[in-house]
Structures are given as structure tokens and as C-alpha cells.
Ligand binder design. Structure first.
Ligand SMILES: NC(=O)c1ccc[n+]([C@@H]2O[C@H](COP(=O)([O-])OP(=O)(O)OC[C@H]3O[C@@H](n4cnc5c(N)ncnc54)[C@H](OP(=O)(O)O)[C@@H]3O)[C@@H](O)[C@H]2O)c1
Length: 236
């Protein structure tokens, strides 16, 4: 497939490397332009492109940039992109650590609903609840005992099916997490967030999540990341 990735950091780079290895035609973009990506893209086996060309060149377009940066994407980026093109949002809102406050999300809009609103286009939420290192290292063939599962949510069943297939190809058990209104169940800090669970446990974790705790889950996750950063710094 033609897969375009906007964002070439930990998540975008890991996906690019994996997907190119699987034989997909991968293009990749960042905020600084294609020249800045030449060496990295070659290493990934991908083609460096401008953001506007990424949006136009994929059958699947992955958005893998910080949430706050979504608002900086070019206006009308997807305006002439066919509706059959699947847009994946890998993002997580980190207000204290990275993104600053986004009022609409703080008032209750879900992370990916906000992204969809910003880009004027439905999104499928996927890959947001796996750490990039696990994505790189924990893929395994279908049927492997203990295979890690990944949940995918979104409103279009065709688009979701395409992403569920991609998850399986990448080496993870695909789990349908429902429509976008259920995407809070895999937002930061929830029981289904970055725990590398098998399919049955992931489904249980998605079910166990408590909607009234979204902000609390997020704050707990940010506190956990802060502790992790402090522990790493203490190690030197
Ligand atoms: N890292 C993980 O393990 C992980 C796991 C799950 C989900 N996520 C989520 O995935 C998203 C990306 O995270 P990351 O860790 O990959 O971030 P990252 O390593 O900081 O990389 C961010 C990338 O986004 C690009 N970017 C920033 N603003 C842009 C813009 N306006 N237009 C185009 N590209 C832009 C940056 O390009 P420049 O360098 O040129 O600015 C960079 O390549 C975040 O929402 C994060 O929460 C990350």
C-alpha cells in the first residue's frame, strides 16, 4: 500500500521503518521539509516528502506529531484528498509535559475527536497506546503465544478494517475497540494504555476503564512520565 506518515520522530520513524520492511511504499514528512529528512528516510526505506504531498500521496495517512502541532498543519490539508483515504491519529494529549492546555479537550472533547475537528476529516485512532520501543521489538507472527494486541477505534468500519489488517501485518493481534466515541478507553493512563497486553486482557482493560476518570488518568500518566524522566536523569 501507499502509506504516508506525517511526523518522523519516535512513532513516525518506527512505523516507517516497519512498514517499509513489510514492502509498503512509505513516504514521510516533518515540519522542516524534505531536505532535512533525506538521510533518515533513506535509513527507513521511505521517501521524504513535504507535508502537503504526504496528505496527497497515501492510501493511508498517519499523523504522528505532537497534539499541539496538529493545529499548525497547513489549512485545508485534506480538502482534496479522496474520502477513501484512511487517516490514522497516533496522538496523545499531554497538556503539562508537552502540548500546553487545549481548552476543548480540557472541557471534555476526546483527543482524537479534537484532531479530527482540526483537520476536518474523520480519523482512526491507533498506535497511540503502544510505546514505540514495544512497536519496534514486540511484533510476532499471528498465533504466537503471548502476542501483544493493539486496539483500533473509529467510525468507518472499512477504514477501521484496513487499520486492523495493518496492525496484524505489523505483528500485533488486532482488537476492534469500537467507534471514536470509545477512544477515551485507550487514552493516556487508562488500563489499556501502553501495557503490552494480549487480546483478551486488552479487551478487559478497555471495558474496565471509567469515563469519569479521563482527566485523572491523564494526570496520573503525566506524573508517571515525570517520575521516569527524573529517575533516568538521576542515573546520569
Ligand atoms: N513515542 C512514543 O512511544 C509514542 C507512543 C504512542 C503515541 N505517541 C504519540 O505520537 C505522537 C508523536 O510522538 P513522537 O514520540 O513520535 O514525537 P517526536 O519523537 O517528538 O516526533 C515528532 C515529529 O513530529 C514532527 N512535527 C512536529 N510538528 C509538525 C508539523 N507541524 N508538521 C509536520 N511534522 C511535525 C517533528 O518534525 P520536526 O522535527 O521537523 O519538527 C517530528 O518528526 C504524539 O502525539 C505522541 O504522544 C508516541
Amino acid at each position: 500500500m501507499r502509506i504516508a506518515i506525517i511526523g518522523a520522530g519516535s512513532m513516525g520513524g518506527t512505523l516507517a521503518r516497519h512498514l517499509a520492511k513489510l514492502g509498503h511504499q512509505v513516504s514521510i514528512a516533518n515540519s522542516r521539509g524534505r531536505e532535512s529528512l533525506t538521510a533518515l528516510a533513506t535509513e527507513f526505506g521511505a521517501t521524504p516528502v513535504a507535508v502537503v504531498d504526504a496528505a496527497r500521496s497515501g492510501e493511508i495517512v498517519v499523523i504522528a506529531i505532537p497534539t499541539k502541532a496538529v493545529a499548525d498543519l497547513p489549512q485545508g490539508l485534506f480538502a482534496n484528498v479522496p474520502s477513501s483515504v484512511v487517516v490514522i491519529d497516533t496522538g496523545n494529549y499531554h497538556p503539562e509535559l508537552r502540548d500546553g492546555r487545549i481548552d476543548a479537550i480540557d472541557r471534555g472533547m476526546l483527543d482524537s475527536q479534537w484532531v479530527a475537528q482540526q483537520i476536518g476529516r474523520p480519523v482512526i485512532k491507533a498506535f497511540n497506546n503502544i510505546f514505540h520501543k514495544s512497536l519496534l521489538e514486540k511484533g510476532a507472527p499471528s498465533g504466537t503465544t503471548g502476542r501483544v494486541a493493539l486496539s483500533v477505534v473509529g467510525d468507518s468500519s472499512d477504514a477501521k478494517a484496513a487499520v486492523l489488517r495493518l496492525v496484524d501485518d505489523l505483528g500485533f493481534d488486532p482488537v476492534d475497540g469500537g467507534d471514536l466515541d470509545n477512544s477515551w478507553r485507550q487514552q493516556p493512563g487508562t488500563p489499556a494504555y501502553c501495557r503490552d497486553l494480549e487480546a483478551a486482557a486488552l479487551l478487559r482493560a478497555l471495558t474496565e476503564a471509567d469515563r469519569s476518570r479521563i482527566a485523572e488518568y491523564r494526570a496520573e500518566e503525566e506524573a508517571r512520565i515525570r517520575r521516569h524522566i527524573a529517575a533516568q536523569a538521576a542515573k546520569g
